[in-house]
Design a protein around this ligand. Structure first.
Ligand SMILES: Cc1ncc(COP(=O)(O)O)c(C=O)c1O
Length: 294
């Protein structure tokens, strides 16, 4: 079996809205987890338990592959995850990766979220192809944990170990996550947050259907995760639109930030996130956006 390792990445997006406030602002801009469902007490308990359980082990640098018990826990968690309907496109990518001997990175950072968890990671189609599988706990628990998991092709393992030798992830985070997963709290929290976001995605889809006749936006089917892209006409001034929405206390993020700066063949779109927009705000927010685009 390939090693599963705890990883850290320091490129978390900056918080945009005030944490924890039930404000009038309709925040469609932030992809951070909803502070209302932050597992504060549960996690506090797991951190205390981790210190009691692991004691002096937590005061070392630790294994660059990650805490052994967490790795085992993650291995069984990921094995349980990968039982969903295959998708032809993903199979094709896996075949092409093998054929041309290139690495494919599967960034499964939205794992566990959405109405339908129907995406089987590319890694699961072909476990001998050069596929790097990444999973993050930033969206499902909280980004400050700085924890994820990675499944690496055999050929990269030694290089990885060399690079990560002295750059380990906090052992306290790893030990707390191990306890959080093994005592069932993670599963409980995951279901709670996933069903909360799924409800918001349903409300978003219903609002689109209700108001779409009032203006012109185009969206793909949104079935999972927390994001929707609203494509708007090229004639609309995107900056002005965002300013006008901000005056109405609606925050959205410009699609411009998601293009490379030298890529000119751009579409205009807004990235809409439901992770911090409350259910009762979504219909009103979508109505305003569509009307403003008109
Ligand atoms: C495309 C993408 N991948 C992964 C992540 C998760 O990154 P991290 O685990 O460093 O928080 C994010 C965070 O927003 C992201 O936008």
């Amino acid at each position: 079996m390939r090693p599963i390792t705890a990883i850290r990445n320091n490129t978390a997006p900056a918080p945009i809205s005030n944490e924890g406030e039930l404000s009038e602002i309709i925040d469609f801009s932030s992809g951070l987890p909803d502070p209302v469902v932050f597992p504060y007490q549960e996690f506090q308990h797991c951190i205390n338990k981790a210190i009691d359980t692991y004691k002096h082990q937590l005061f070392t640098y630790g294994d660059s592959y990650g805490l052994v018990k967490l790795r085992r826990t993650l291995a069984s968690h990921l094995a349980g995850d990968q039982i969903f309907a295959p998708q032809e496109e993903r199979r094709a990518i896996s075949r092409l990766a093998s054929k041309y001997n290139v690495y494919v990175v599967g960034d499964d950072y939205m794992a566990d979220l959405g109405i339908e968890r129907s995406f089987e990671p590319i890694y699961s189609y072909n476990q001998t192809s050069p596929v790097i599988y990444l999973k993050s706990f930033s969206k499902i628990i909280f980004p400050g944990l700085r924890l994820g998991a990675m499944v690496l092709p055999e050929a990269l393992v030694d290089t990885y170990r060399m690079i990560r030798r002295y750059a380990g992830t906090s052992l306290l985070s790893q030990a707390a996550l191990e306890i959080y997963m093994n005592n069932g709290m993670f599963e409980w929290h995951k279901n709670r947050i996933a069903s909360r976001y799924a409800e918001r995605i349903r409300i978003l889809n219903a609002a689109l259907q209700q108001h779409i006749a009032q203006g012109w936006v185009e969206t793909p089917d949104i079935l999972s995760g927390i994001y929707a892209q609203f494509k708007i006409p090229l004639t609309v001034n995107l900056e002005r639109l965002i300013e006008k929405l901000a005056e109405k206390n609606i925050r959205v993020r410009s699609g411009k930030q998601f293009y490379l700066s030298n890529y000119l063949d751009r579409e205009k779109f807004l990235r809409i996130s439901v992770s911090r927009a409350r259910s009762e705000q979504i219909n009103e927010g979508i109505k305003e956006i569509i009307e403003e685009v008109r």
